[in-house]
Design a protein around this ligand. Structure first.
Ligand SMILES: *Cc1c(COP(=O)(O)O)cnc(C)c1O
Length: 509
């Protein structure tokens, strides 16, 4: 059996040792090395099983049963090295294999091995990204990668930073926008504002945008949800109507978020029309391309989806999604240089001394509301070196081609599957039609029935461990499946497996 904890035996002597018997406590390099190599064996077996289509995607247990299978106890006296190795094997044995070619569940999937190697190195270097003095190489890499990403957006200058996730990246955009438009806010708070601020985003946007209104002191009522069309794209006419309406009521519109690749439907808001409206009313334009940003790398798919993105004031882009960088890797970009530092700088004297003997513009830590910052750059830099920009482009195109294949297969089996809409991204929204509903005319009551079987099929695939595909309802319809192809491991065969397996699991429902 794969990842069986008993398969990873250390030599008798090392097995009995504890962490106190190896580096850095005692000079015991051979034993330290043996221990770490054994852990690497465990990791490599996880890599192998992740890429083996005969292996399960997951071994599901309910939380109460899972607790019984694990020994999570924190002991008074530390366990042996042998036990630690077995703990690692057990941990991965029950971990969902998010890089398995039959995992279609999340926006961040796949196990890019070069990026993973980068993350191993990052853990070993174990540094903090706040100052050049303790992370010189990584800081320079960050500079190079972020400059390249801004170039791809279409900017020749500006500033960027890596943030812990797209949600926090969006928050950085919100904060910088408010700072740019009401610079007094930093010192004087709400007293510096000319009135109640309002922001606008589509009803399909990621919930982190609304969260900005809550965290940022506007209140969620002041995050106006702009209606979207049937494809999930913001309706610019509605945006303008709502801006005018709020202005007339005395509110102060300042920020518009356009989503490039919505989380559920994969829709792209029309950036150019939204940019025109922002220009007309003097509003900050943020583009949340956390999901769809990767398609900027593709000549074939960038347009019309992301056309006009260079007109944004800020852009969120998560390499841990479409680009397949190891989780977590998220970036936020600004067209104007200097905003991040002037917005967030607190000049902590113990960290950001101004009399240092090197160029302190490389002390990026004072640009953020965090203090310490995880090194999320190395795995992306290494991955980019491995693929080249051209390799990334090919990968994006391949994912989109696979989605076209999936759409074709769904249409070819229209007695079994109902495609909800033509996808713009790698999200495919569909229903499975069980035997009893085949041939029944498609109407609201049928949709309701189709919605009810989604959680049952999902539960069956989890129990069997053969597949993972997500489902959810939205404002317009009950539950439907939404598969994601963002893993470089997926092939046409896996797409067929997904559809066939759903058919096997749901035929009788
Ligand atoms: C995933 C996603 C986010 C949030 O990113 P995290 O890294 O999960 O915080 C924001 N916006 C969109 C459109 C997303 O798809």
């Amino acid at each position: 059996m794969s990842l069986n904890p008993r398969n990873y035996k250390l030599s008798d002597r090392t097995a009995r040792m504890t962490a106190h018997d190896i580096l850095p406590y005692v000079d015991a390099m051979p034993e330290t090395r043996e221990f770490l190599l054994k852990i690497i064996d465990v990791l490599l077996d996880f890599v192998r099983t992740t890429n083996d289509r005969n292996e399960k995607v997951l071994e599901f247990h309910h939380p109460e049963d899972m607790k019984k299978l694990l020994d999570l106890d924190l002991p008074h006296r530390g366990v042996t090295l042998q036990q630690l190795v077995e703990d690692c094997a057990t941990t991965l044995k029950y971990q969902v294999k998010t890089g398995h070619p039959h995992f279609f569940n999340q926006l961040s999937t796949g196990l890019d091995l070069v990026s993973m190697a980068g993350e191993w190195l990052t853990a070993t270097a174990n540094t903090n990204m706040f100052t050049y003095e303790i992370a010189p190489v990584f800081i320079l890499m960050e500079n190079v990668v972020l400059t390249k990403m801004r170039e791809i957006i279409g900017w020749t200058s500006g500033d960027s930073i890596l943030a812990p996730g797209g949600s926090i990246s969006n928050l950085y955009a919100f904060l910088a926008a408010r700072h740019k438009m009401f610079p007094g806010y930093k010192e004087r708070g709400t007293k510096a504002l000319p009135g109640e601020l309002v922001m606008f985003t589509s009803d399909q946007s990621h919930y982190s945008i609304k969260s900005c209104a809550s965290v940022g002191g506007l209140g969620t009522d002041n995050c106006v949800m702009v209606p979207s069309d049937e494809h999930g794209r913001m309706i610019p006419r509605e945006l303008e109507r709502l801006i005018v309406e709020r202005k007339q009521k005395g509110y102060v519109p300042f920020f518009v978020n356009a989503t490039a690749g919505t989380t559920v439907l994969g829709a792209f808001d029309p950036i150019i029309e939204i940019a025109d409206i922002c220009k007309k009313y003097g509003l900050w334009l943020h583009v949340d391309a956390a999901w769809g940003g990767g398609l900027m790398l593709s000549k074939k798919y960038r347009h019309p989806r992301l056309t006009g993105i260079e007109r944004a004031d800020s852009v969120t882009w998560n390499p841990h999604k479409l680009m397949g960088a190891i989780f977590q890797c998220s970036t936020i970009h600004f067209k104007e240089d200097g905003l991040l530092i002037s917005c967030n700088q607190m000049s902590a004297e113990y960290l950001f001394m101004t009399d240092k003997q090197y160029d302190i513009s490389y002390d990026t830590g004072d640009k953020v509301i965090q203090c310490g910052r995880h090194n999320d750059i190395f795995k992306l830099w290494l991955q980019w070196r491995a693929k080249g920009t051209e390799g990334f482009e090919r990968q994006q195109d391949r994912l989109m081609d696979l989605v076209q294949y999936q759409v074709r297969r769904i249409k070819e089996q229209s007695n079994l599957f109902h495609l909800i809409m033509e996808p713009e991204c790698v999200n495919v929204s569909f229903w499975y039609i069980p035997k009893r509903l085949r041939g029944v005319p498609h109407d609201a009551s049928k949709e309701k029935e189709l919605g009810k079987i989604c959680p049952i099929i999902k539960s069956r695939m989890m129990q069997k461990g053969s597949l993972m595909v997500g489902y959810q309802p939205d404002d317009r319809r009950p539950n439907f499946f939404r598969s994601i192809i963002s893993s470089a491991a997926v092939t046409e065969k896996d797409v067929d497996f997904m559809l066939d397996e759903i058919h096997r699991l749901g035929d009788d429902l």
